[in-house]
Design a protein around this ligand. Structure first.
Ligand SMILES: [Fe+2]
Ligand SMILES: [Fe+2]
Length: 239
């Protein structure tokens, strides 16, 4: 606990102030840093909504204090191994986002030679990610059809758009102006797709996992997906 001192004491504050201060602390937390809060009410709902606002960058733990109120410890998520499958996939979304954003940035700066290998890494990462979602999780986890159907259709469109983009690179490097519009288009579809998945599908998958799969099974699936995202089943990728 000592590492988290000083705890910011919000116990006497109204809920709006508590929320905005907790958000400010979470927003400014970088890898390697810790922060702490003291709050009057049980903090699960508060911390879940703050965590949503910072796109799940937060790892937090809370414990009740003998004198009343709760002590909450905050860390940057990157300092903690992903504990659930959805956390792992959410982090992979962000990693892929950063990679694609960097490739887009290079193309916009007219630097296609350094954008090309970033696009290659991105494409491989996306194929692994889609493999996990389409072929491992969708068949294994029983949830309402609609968000799954939306996901599968969007994956197809994304893979199609990536194929079009890749075709520009087949016979040497294209001019930045030729590919920039495709990068911009794809970047928009990706962001929307990931947000939809994280909002509509991941909570259902998470609940299905916890409800119908024993802990050992969940842990085995988590390890398998970690492996796939790192390349362990690249010989079986379909796209
Ligand atoms: Fe997806
Ligand atoms: Fe995804």
């Amino acid at each position: 606990m000592q590492a988290f001192h000083p705890f910011r004491d919000l116990r006497g504050q109204d809920p709006v102030a508590v929320r905005s201060q907790a958000f400010a602390l979470a927003r400014d937390l970088h890898p390697g840093q810790t922060a702490g809060l003291l709050v009057a009410e049980e903090p699960t709902l508060l911390m879940q909504s703050v965590n949503l606002q910072v796109r799940h960058r937060l790892h937090w733990e809370a414990e009740p204090m003998a004198a009343g109120g709760w002590r909450v410890e905050l860390r940057h998520r990157d300092d903690v191994e992903p504990g659930t499958l959805m956390e792992l996939l959410g982090r992979d979304h962000e990693r892929l986002d950063r990679l694609f954003a960097e490739a887009l940035h290079r193309v916009n700066a007219n630097d296609v030679p350094t954008a090309a290998p970033l696009l290659d890494s991105y494409t491989l990462g996306l194929r692994r990610h889609v493999h996990v979602e389409n072929l491992i999780l969708a068949p294994a986890l029983e949830v309402p059809r609609e968000p799954v159907t939306v996901m599968l259709e969007e994956h197809e469109r994304i893979v199609e758009q990536l194929d079009i983009l890749a075709s520009f690179f087949e016979d040497g490097l294209p001019a930045a102006g030729e590919v920039a519009p495709f990068f911009a288009l794809l970047s928009g579809s990706l962001a929307k797709h990931e947000a939809r998945e994280e909002q509509n599908l991941f909570p259902l998958w998470d609940a299905a996992l916890k409800l119908r799969h024993a802990e050992a099974e969940q842990a085995a699936l988590l390890e398998r997906v970690k492996g796939i995202l790192a390349g362990s089943e690249d010989d079986r990728l379909s796209h």
